[in-house]
Design a protein around this ligand. Structure first.
Ligand code: FE2
Length: 295
């Protein structure tokens, strides 16, 4: 079975491109790498050509999520497996016209979300950590009306592995990162949040400081999650999308790791993070995580 090897990027529909590009470029810590009428591609400090694409739209919307595969052969194998499994595939694998290029195809899952599997996208030769900027897209959490079915699709068809389950969420990995994607039992199909990896939790603090200086409230954090063990700081972007600076995400040993159950993740201390420091998420961010404003 061919495999998805990594989460690459996320594409969002935003209502005011200039405003969103300024937010992600000047406050969040990304940098524009390609811009044109109605779109802006932004990179992190790592080698990925871009980790975020903004496209101007009448309403905020999750447009698509891109994953990486190792080679054109792996892309073609995955395409064949999806197509023969009855998954709606947009077209045959082919070269992309996006900035950064590459080769791949798009498919649509049972909930109507679009994903792409790509290989050969341009990489930056100048990748180097900066203390207060994201190095890559860490993970995406998707709200789901049927998280069990969404999780099963990723496990069985795309060969993701289950890292952990809680009463709320299914955490799935495609490499050693504890989760690249997670599905939240939420009663709707929207984006819950997108997380960007900082070099360490000093970086999470520095990023939070820059956000605060720019007038963006910390809506939840700073804390350390249970599943994944990652440090987090959550903010809301100009269109109401929730974004997370994160660090220290657990690296999973494929052989030794045993997924834990919702019972194992019950919270005996009634804490919402390991440190007991973050407290409860704000009402504002709970609504934003629900994706109420998204098309
Ligand atoms: Fe997260």
């Amino acid at each position: 079975m061919a495999r998805v090897t990594a989460l690459r990027s996320i594409e969002l529909g935003v209502t005011d491109l200039r405003r969103s590009a300024a937010f992600y470029g000047e406050c969040w810590g990304l940098r524009p790498v390609a811009q044109g009428p109605g779109f802006c591609f932004l990179r992190a400090t790592g080698p990925d050509h871009h980790v975020l694409v903004l496209r101007e739209r009448p309403a905020p919307a999750l447009i698509r999520i891109d994953f990486a595969a190792a080679s054109p052969l792996a892309v073609r194998k995955l395409h064949g497996e999806l197509e023969s499994g009855g998954v709606k595939v947009r077209a045959e694998p082919g070269p992309l016209e996006d900035p950064g290029g590459g080769y791949g195809f798009a498919f649509v899952d049972q909930a109507g979300r679009e994903f792409r599997i790509l290989t050969g996208v341009a990489v930056h030769a100048d990748a180097a950590d900066e203390p207060d900027r994201p190095r890559k897209l860490s993970h995406i959490v998707l709200n789901s009306t049927d998280a069990d079915a969404d999780s099963a699709f990723f496990l069985n068809v795309l060969d993701f592995r289950l890292s952990d389950q809680t009463a709320m969420m299914e955490f799935l990995r495609c490499n050693a990162d504890h989760h690249s994607i997670a599905f939240a039992r939420a009663g709707r199909v929207t984006l819950n949040h997108a997380a960007f990896e900082m070099p360490d939790w000093e970086g999470v603090m520095r990023g939070a400081g820059r956000m605060k200086e720019n007038g963006h409230a910390l809506e939840w954090g700073i804390g350390r999650h249970g599943p994944g063990n990652n440090v987090f700081a959550y903010f809301i972007d100009p269109d109401g999308f929730v974004v997370e600076h994160t660090a220290d995400l657990q690296r999973v040993d494929e052989v030794l790791h045993q997924p834990r159950t919702p019972q194992a993740w019950a919270r005996p201390l009634n804490r919402l993070d390991q440190w007991g420091f973050a407290g409860a998420p704000s009402e504002t961010i709970l609504n934003a995580m629900n994706g109420a404003g998204q098309a």
